[in-house]
Design a protein around this ligand. Structure first.
Ligand code: ADP
Ligand code: MG
Length: 658
């Protein structure tokens, strides 16, 4: 039994929460088995008198049963409900009636069952551990001109590290010298390697292809983007499922009721063996594991596919989803905007307009800002701007010298009281009609230019929308702060109907839209990139963000992050969630049915205490196996799941083994 049951204040044994099965545990169980084997052989073949047989049995019990009883007592002292109570009472009752070998058998079977459970649990955690293991723990640090291999714990911001071709990048940092293509697919889902050179940012966990790089360290370990994500998954594992109050109430009633039932059986039949068998099969271990084992298995399988899930409740929510709401920029589109046209006014040149805009945009992380700064070729725009003020979903306002600079949508012009000329409005409409996002640049109270930016629709977007409909999602919506015409063009390209496109929205309006759907009784999944959609991500029943290189804000506000698979992994996640709920239901039905059947058998005297212990552990194992098999199948059944898995293995094989 592991952390899950401890988190419920329940445990079946003292090893609850104690971590991994180690060699010592195996030796102990083997020794207990040998002692009990000797006792049973001596008893059946009448080789020894009763006293040595009792001694052998008690020796075996000391190794296996004693920890169970000790755990129960400890649990009671800490006022924790403890299902081990039932086993402990059964062991004590066996000893009282002189059934020493039966008591030892109970202890041994429980201990063996726990080892098997540990094993099954560790298997289901493998997906998570696999990505954790992929992050390097060492790096080559440049010290006195030579590269020295050092553990990451000895490296800090400002150090310089060497990243060889084929290496996994060990830290977040900036390229100091060298150029190379970097595979960032594990962070962003983007399969095309990105060319990096001096000044470019690189991220831990990405794979360096062909060139050697010197990287100046910014963040290491848990502080890196990759480390933060790993932390998030670990937290998800530790989080207890939301059903806790029910289980707590259940605990307070269950044990006394079962004790009473066993007492009644004893009184009615005079057969203590039956009562003991009933107590053993009454331990609700399988039922307690029904939800956490399915959730843990699904989180593990998801992690193996680059889908990071913050907690079981988001998997369970998938069954209730009937609306998926997409953000546009950076979600359905790549968010890699570039400037395609600049219309200058009032005697300004194209360069002047871009330069003005870049000065203001230096304070923004928005894709528009990155594109404008790129186009302006201004290496240090930030040096000249002061007093920057961001208007999320509208644009940015800054002061440079005595001038005010305003860069953003027409709604920002309204907000800042800058009049929009007929000519500027005409250019805006023409750009938008051809799918180009218009951004106004104004200084003082005058619009001095319109910049046209273009984005590309992600190649997988249309397929994802189509697959969501196959998964039974009736409503697919697009929300954006962009111009309506641009929005409709993207929507048409990905297959979202025009009447579910809402443009010109501010971040809080996106959130209100999600809330309105929820008030209509809908289960809503919001998919965004974290730029100007944080409130909507948090509001949704399931907030899914597309993994990005630097945007850790998205990681913190969203419930699910699609890392390696990118947007294409969304239907896979929903499928995994639905399968998980089905698995939980199947587990609960089985655990209840099996438990009642065994109790009936025990009550009618058809099950011995030792047989009850075996069946009880078998029930637990069936639940654990069911969980891990179903989670695996959700992925295997899904075309995207297998494809992505193979593709990834190929890349990592090629680049991490050199
Ligand atoms: P989306 O909803 O499509 O992701 P946003 O809400 O991020 O878009 O932005 C909406 C609009 O606001 C953009 O199309 C742009 O016109 C304007 N905008 C937002 N941020 C900026 C900025 N930093 N610079 C200029 N314009 C901006
Ligand atoms: Mg966005």
């Amino acid at each position: 039994m592991t952390e899950e049951c401890a988190a419920h204040g329940w445990s079946c044994s003292p090893s609850c929460g104690s971590g991994t099965t180690n060699a010592r545990e195996i030796v102990k169980v083997a020794a207990a088995g040998a002692l009990l084997g000797a006792a049973l052989a001596a008893e059946h073949l009448a080789l020894l008198p009763p006293i040595p047989i009792m001694a052998l049995s008690l020796g075996s019990l000391a190794l296996t049963g004693l920890p169970i009883v000790a755990g129960t007592v400890q649990g009671l002292l800490h006022r924790q409900r403890n299902v081990g109570e039932l086993v402990s009472i059964a062991i004590a009752a066996s000893l009282i009636v002189g059934e020493f070998t039966v008591a030892a058998e109970l202890g041994l079977i429980m201990a063996m069952g726990e080892m098997a459970e540990e094993y099954a649990h560790r298997r289901s955690r493998r997906g998570i551990e696999a990505i954790a293991a992929d992050t390097p723990r060492h790096a080559f640090v440049i010290r006195d001109g030579a590269a020295v291999r050092m553990p990451l714990s000895g490296i800090g911001p400002g150090d310089r590290v060497l990243v060889r071709p084929g290496d996994v990048v060990p830290v977040d940092g900036t390229v100091a010298t060298g150029t190379s293509a970097i595979d960032e697919s594990r962070l962003t889902g983007e399969s095309v390697p990105v060319e990096k050179g001096p000044g470019d940012a690189v991220y831990a966990g990405t794979i360096n292809h062909d060139g050697a790089l010197h990287v100046t360290v910014l963040r290491v370990g848990d502080h890196s983007a990759y480390g933060r994500v790993m932390q998030m998954v670990r937290e998800a594992e530790e989080r207890r499922p939301p059903s806790r109050p029910i289980i707590d109430r259940f605990a307070a009633v269950y044990t006394p009721v079962m004790l009473a039932a066993a007492g009644a059986v004893w009184l009615a039949t005079g057969d203590l063996q039956r009562a003991i068998a009933l107590l053993i099969v009454a331990c609700p271990c399988a039922l307690l594991l029904a939800t956490p084992s399915a959730v843990l298995a699904a989180i593990g399988v998801g992690a193996g596919q680059g889908i990071l899930i913050r907690g079981g409740e988001y998997l369970e929510a998938c069954t209730r989803l009937d609306a998926v709401v997409f953000d546009k920029t950076g979600t359905l589109t790549s968010g890699d905007l570039h400037v395609v046209t600049v219309a200058p006014f009032g005697g300004r040149t194209v360069e002047e307009v871009l330069e003005l805009a870049a000065v203001a945009e230096a304070g923004s992380e928005h894709p528009v800002a990155r594109a404008v700064i790129d186009a302006a070729h201004d290496p240090e725009p930030v040096a000249r701007a002061v007093e920057m003020r961001l208007h999320p979903g509208r644009g940015i306002e800054a002061r440079s010298g005595t001038d005010r600079i305003v860069v953003g949508s027409d709604r920002l012009l309204v907000l800042t009281g800058i009049p929009l000329s007929g000519k500027a409005a005409e250019i805006r409409d023409n750009l938008a009609a051809s799918g180009i996002t218009p951004v106004f640049v104004a200084t003082g109270d005058e619009v001095v230019g319109v910049i046209g930016l273009q984005d590309t629709v992600r190649p997988e977007s249309a397929g994802v929308v189509c697959r969501l409909r196959e998964e039974g999602i009736g409503t697919v919506v697009m929300l954006t702060g962009d111009h309506e015409d641009v929005a409709c063009r993207v929507a048409a390209e990905v297959g979202i109907p025009e009447d579910t496109v809402h443009a010109g929205l501010l971040p809080h309006q996106k959130q209100e839209y999600v809330e309105a759907l929820q008030n209509d009784g809908r289960g809503v999944c919001f998919v965004g990139d974290g730029t100007n959609d944080g409130p909507a991500l948090a509001q949704a029943d399931v907030g899914v963000s597309i993994g990005s290189r630097e945007d850790t804000v998205a990681l913190e506000t969203s419930h699910v992050v699609l890392m390696r698979g990118g947007l294409a992994a969304l239907p896979l996640f929903i499928r995994l969630g639905k399968k998980t709920s089905q698995t939980i239901t199947a587990n609960v039905v089985f655990a209840l049915g099996f438990s009642f059947a065994m109790m009936a058998l025990a009550g009618f005297g058809l099950l011995s205490p030792a047989g009850g212990a075996v069946l009880h552990q078998a029930g637990v194992l069936i639940v654990l196996l069911n969980s891990s098999i179903f989670a695996g199948r959700a992925i295997a059944d899904h075309p995207d799941g297998r494809k992505k898995q193979r593709g990834f293995e190929r890349t990592s094989d090629r680049f991490t083994r050199s």
